[in-house]
Design a protein around this ligand. Sequence first.
Ligand SMILES: *Cc1c(COP(=O)(O)O)cnc(C)c1O
Length: 382
Amino acid sequence: MIPYGRQSISQEDIEAVTSVLKSDFLTQGPQVPLFESKIAQLTQSKYAVAGNSATSMLHAACLALGVSESDTVWTSPISFVASANCALYCGASVDFIDIDPDTANISPKALQLKLAEASQVDKLPKVIIAVHMAGHSSDMEQISRLARKYNIKVIEDAAHGVGGSYLNSPLGSCKYSDITIFSFHPVKIITTGEGGVATTNDPNLAKSMSLCCSHGITKNKVDMQSSEEGDWFYEQQSLGFNYRMTDLQAGLGNSQLTQLASIVEKRNLLATRYQSLLLGNGIKVITPLKDSVSSYHLLLVVLPEHCDRRAIFNSMRSADIGVHVHYIPIHLQPFYHKLGFRKGDFPNAERYYQSCLTLPLFPDLTFEQQDYVCNTLKELLS
Ligand SMILES: *Cc1c(COP(=O)(O)O)cnc(C)c1O
């Protein structure tokens, strides 16, 4: 089976992890701060806080922005469930903004309308979480303009997006948001096994997320309220969690980062090739906005409306092609049904879900494999 995605682990990566194993620190050593500083540098952000997953960092980000019981958070229905669950962890409510079918990202138009309505009834969200599907940046200029107008905070869920850019700024620069989140799960662009990072330019948000990842405890003398001296001393200042990244993970991440540029380049080469191979078959390839570079976590296509996606999915799988579907709209999950969401609530997201298909895309996918994927799909559609 040709998988839809796959990590690339080099000999250097293996040696990097081995050397951490032989070092004094398996966790809370030098690799995590090094990884954080490399991510801050890469994204041109002031602060990067590493944690054990993007999900944890989404939770930490919501808490840092003060999301609580009385608040609502809005996100895209076409995302992994973590983009919405993070608000529920804080006791807040979730609502969704329908997508633009051309980008599979939040529609700025739908956002504008929903904000105007919410403002009338005094039900504005505290935070908007914009998801960069497949690594293609959302229209952050529009989203941040609207958010500023209504005094709403913005988180970018760039779980798919490390290594990409938008209007000449790297994703994670937080030029258009308060916090950006990356995932380093193996299926994403580069990996730490499990892991996530939050970037921000606000020192208070960085501090708050960092405390959140380690029980709310600081060992930093300058941050302490007490003047107690002694090397044993630490202070718990908030209620945090153990969301820490280990040095083993960060060691792998530091090594993987050296391959990021070439991985993104390879993914883009393959994505461009997909576009030309699939041209003229009624297949729409979801591509990034102009003036942005995607890291192409996923190759998303929308099949012609008349065709039976289920049948095509099954035939592709029978041909040993690991196609996938990203994503089942979050609001259609049984858990969200219990919260009151219904089929028909976000029609563009639901229509997209009916005909979308994810084709294999990872750096080691060969042209031969890619030709086979495209020829098989075209034959099924003819
Ligand atoms: C993968 C993913 C997450 C969660 O990432 P983890 O690191 O696995 O917790 C969040 N949001 C989106 C859009 C994702 O694809």
